[in-house]
Design a protein around this ligand. Structure first.
Ligand code: 0A1
Ligand code: ZN
Length: 877
């Protein structure tokens, strides 16, 4: 579609015009309705023909238009019929098809032809290992046929698929299979009907050689739902955990949110070529294999948890996303923020609530906080975009979830439930807005959220400084908030920030009850009487607000909280703050050797107490023994030196590994003797085994090498095996090579495990990681065509101080080269690699210049996708 016809010979090449900016304030309803859509597919991997028949009628609530604008992307109409007659009253406008319609209601039919095998973007209809599948969110449907490809046009779909029975024995689409039959020459067909009106982004089709794990679920009102998880035959034995997770999700949504499933079938299909995690197409969810397949030998405990979470997430979308969808893509957080909150609550209910909370906060801080403080910062409800795929971000998803969680905290669980009940009731069947959601919570829960709406408008992580003063018998809490300037938003207003606090008595180690204070002004004080002695402040308990707290606090108070706080998150936070404060001091150069030693001693004592604490479960112990990550540490500094952060953090790790060596070895031994299985105890034991090795590897590499090699050899689970190999990969002894080779040979042919093999090497602390990743890119198993493989090699690499941030600039160049090479193949995935380079303003000057230089090199490339163009220009802007 890109053969230039616009330049005459001898002309200067035209400035490529930037892709248009789409603005939230320009929303206008679509002038037409599409009550029904009939699609007929004749399927082939290299050629699929599509016939679309749309009933259209004028939308009385929109400005009238005689032209029906149907979006397309790379399509040519092979024929257009209006009310059954071949029509010529149409024209193309760029990729869109414009049809002039005389009356109020018509039937429009359009034929198109597509090439699924040539679709390397994996948007629309594409081929993956001989199977055909679709991905339509956000704007992929327009790559299948011409259509008003926007979420506020809801239609009832009937789909007929026809194809070779040998190649495509299984034919699936949304809703129920209503008819099927045999054709000539070995073909067969099936017809599916989805009774629920839906936007085009929820359409799905799958055709291929698949087998199913089947089961059923009976809903609270007695509807029996047939469940099936479709995979390639060799993967069938790894689908049980996904099935159990699905049934638990269905049950939990009934009990926690009163949501019942609304069809007789629910299908999940696993596909190995997929741009994201999974997709909530109505009754036909399509999943990245990574979030379906698991057994103990090939999947880690983390993988099991992620599968449960993503299965839940997609299932919960049936109500928060499908029954109530989004009016436009600016409202993405309406479905995503809310659904992430729902999946977080689900996972917490299925496992350890505090550990889940800590994990969620860690993701928020390591991914969303940097996004919010960089050039790509945007509000959870963005104001504009050029390519919507770029806005499937940690901000829209994870901060979006935090914002809704704050409403829940302010309302309390019960009142919040009244709010969500009202929302589901009031907007069922509609394409709604974030504003609709907030209003429903306001009305249902009885909250005033007038100022709270600023959380939807303003980007940037608020900084809250907290100081506790004690005079007479009164403790006074001084709070101040500042929302930093972000691109396009220089001035911010204060936002309501709900903070759970407790004041601890130093002697008893207890507090007199948790309180919720809401900081609404730029500065505010809160007084608490009845304290003869100055209490210890525990603040933002359970991470009640997604803010950065700067507390003026003595190390001894942090040690106190790390040992005594009854809020597990606050306890974790005290440990983190202790370490962050220590490393920050060292990095600023303001700390002498004596102060460094006393800081280490305090941290060492806290760690020793955590290792010894008999009351703690091992999952939580593992969290408390996790040092703050390098990105989070970099985030604490205006300008970061990645090499210095790495060196100080590793220095502390080595010191802890040495001074706690016997405690760590004993902890490892104790955990190694624990029974296996999938209980919380067994998972906890596996987690702390690897934690012990991580510290020992820094402190005593030879000992760690021996222990890790033994753990690897004895492993009966991927958790133990991967943990051991992760440690060995960062060491330089002979076991590194042995075990990497063993791992590869053992799992050759299992794509998801080979992804781990790439990722472990690409994330290692090994000094030669840059050369190693370069070499791995030439490995016969590496391909740019598979997003999982690309991500597994290059994403972990962007976190390596000695690799990505190599002083030579070689790491930056490698990622820029990747972006340029991947962009024409898969722009969505390519654009995801821009943000690590976009951190340039917050990095020390020499590296900063190198990073910026690479961004400029990408920007100067002759033809960039909309995706990459937008991310690169925002990053430089
Ligand atoms: N709605 C999905 C996310 C998703 C978005 C775009 C995709 O296109 C490649 C795929 C999936 C979710 O939140 O799970
Ligand atoms: Zn989602």
């Amino acid at each position: 579609m890109d053969i230039a016809s616009t330049t005459g010979i001898g002309d200067a090449p035209p400035e490529p015009s930037p892709p248009p900016l789409i603005r939230r304030e320009d929303y206008a309803p679509y002038p037409w309705r599409v009550p029904t859509t009939e699609l007929r597919f004749v399927l082939g991997v290299d050629k699929t023909t599509v016939q679309a028949k749309l009933k259209v009628e004028r939308n009385p609530h929109a400005n009238p238009a005689n032209v029906l604008r149907l979006n397309g992307d790379g399509l040519k109409p092979a024929g257009v019929w209006i009310d059954g007659s071949l029509a010529n009253s149409w024209e193309m406008d760029g990729d869109d098809l414009l049809i002039t319609l005389p009356g109020d209601a018509h039937e429009v039919s359009i034929d198109t032809q597509i090439d699924p095998a040539g679709n390397s973007q994996l948007m629309g209809l594409y081929a993956s290992n001989g199977m055909l599948c679709t991905q339509c969110e956000a704007e992929g449907f327009r790559r299948i046929t011409f259509f008003p490809d926007r979420p506020d046009v809801l239609s009832t779909y009937t789909v007929r698929m026809e194809g070779s029975k040998a190649d495509f024995p299984v034919l699936l689409s949304n809703g129920n299979c209503t008819a099927s039959g045999e054709g000539e020459d070995g073909s067969h067909w099936a017809e599916w009907h989805d009774p629920w009106p839906k936007p085009s982004y929820l359409f799905a089709l799958v055709a291929g050689q698949l087998v199913a794990n089947t089961d059923s679920f009976t809903t609270m009102n007695g509807r029996k739902v047939d469940l099936a998880i479709w995979v390639r035959p060799e993967d069938l034995s790894r689908t049980d955990h996904a099935m159990e997770s699905l049934k638990r999700s269905m049950q939990w949504d009934e009990q926690a949110f009163g949501r019942e499933y609304d069809l007789d079938v629910f299908n999940i299909v696993a596909v190995s070529d997929f741009n994201m995690g999974a997709m909530e197409n109505k009754s036909l969810n399509i999943f990245n294999t990574k979030y379906v397949l698991a057994d103990q030998e090939t999947a880690t405990d983390g993988d099991y948890d992620a599968i449960e979470g993503v299965i839940g997430h997609e299932y919960f979308h049936n109500w928060s996303g499908n029954r109530i969808t989004c009016r436009d893509w600016f409202q993405l957080s309406l479905k995503e923020g809310f659904t992430v909150l729902r999946d977080q609550l689900f996972s917490a209910a299925m496992g350890s609530e505090p550990v889940k909370r800590i994990e969620d906060v860690r993701v928020l801080r390591s991914v969303q906080f940097p996004e919010d403080s960089g050039p790509l910062a945007h509000p959870i409800r963005p104001d504009s975009y050029r390519e919507i795929s770029n806005f499937y971000t940690a901000t829209v998803y994870n901060k979006g979830a935090e914002v809704i969680r704050m409403m829940r905290t302010m309302a309390g669980e019960e009142r919040f439930r009244r709010g969500t009940d009202l929302y589901f009731d009031r907007h069922d069947g509609e394409a709604a807005t974030c504003e609709d959601f907030v209003t429903a919570i306001e009305d249902g829960a009885g909250l005033d959220l007038a100022d709270f709406r600023r959380w939807y408008q303003q980007a940037g992580t608020p900084k809250v400084s907290a100081k506790l003063e004690h005079v007479g018998d009164t403790a006074t809490l001084h709070l101040e908030q500042a929302v930093p300037a972000t691109p396009g938003q220089p001035d911010k207003r204060p936002m309501p920030i709900p903070l759970k606090i407790a004041l601890f008595d130093r002697k008893s180690g207890k507090h007199h009850g948790e309180q919720l204070v809401t900081l609404t002004e730029a500065q505010q004080t809160f007084s608490f009487a009845g304290f003869d002695e100055s209490p210890v402040l525990s603040i933002n308990r359970d991470f009640s607000a997604p803010v950065a707290i700067e507390r003026e606090v003595a190390d001894e108070d942090l040690v106190f909280l790390a040992a005594n706080d009854d809020d597990p998150f606050a306890r974790y936070e005290a440990m983190q703050d202790l370490v962050v404060g220590h490393l920050r001091g060292l990095l600023s150069g303001s700390v002498d050797a004596a102060k460094r030693d006393s800081g280490r001693a305090a941290i060492g004592e806290a760690f020793r107490a955590v290792i010894a604490d008999g009351e703690l479960d091992d999952l939580m112990r593992g969290e408390l023994l996790t040092l703050p990550g390098e990105t989070y540490l970099a985030e604490q500094m205006l300008v970061a030196d990645p090499a210095a952060i790495r060196a100080e953090r590793e220095g502390l790790k080595a010191w802890l590994g040495q001074s706690l060596e016997s405690d760590l070895v004993a902890m490892h031994e104790r955990a190694a003797a624990a029974p296996g299985g999938m209980s919380a105890e067994a998972k906890g034991a596996r987690k702390i085994k690897t934690s012990a090795l991580v510290f020992l590897a820094a402190g005593n590499p030879d000992l760690a090498e021996t222990m890790a090699a033994a753990q690897y050899d004895a492993a009966t689970t991927m958790t133990d095996r991967q943990g051991a190999l992760m440690v060995l990969t960062s060491l330089q002894g002979p076991q590194r090579t042995h075990k990497l080779l063993d791992f590869y040979n053992r799992f050759k042919g299992n794509a998801l495990v080979i992804d781990k093999w790439f990722a472990l090497q690409a994330s290692s602390l090994h000094p030669s990681v840059l050369e190693q990743v370069k070499a791995l890119a030439g490995h016969p198993d590496f391909t740019l065509k598979n997003p999982n493989r690309v991500r597994s090699l290059y994403m972990p690499f962007t976190g390596t101080a000695q690799g990505f941030h190599a002083a030579s600039g070689g790491g930056y160049k490698m990622i820029a080269d990747l972006i340029l090479e991947l962009d024409p193949i898969n722009p969505q995935t390519a654009a995801r690699f821009v943000s690590p380079l976009g951190r340039w303003r917050r990095i020390e000057p020499e590296r900063s210049a190198l990073m910026k230089g690479e961004l400029e090199r990408i920007a100067a490339a002759p033809k960039l996708s909309r995706d990459t163009y937008e991310q690169v220009t925002r990053s430089l802007g």
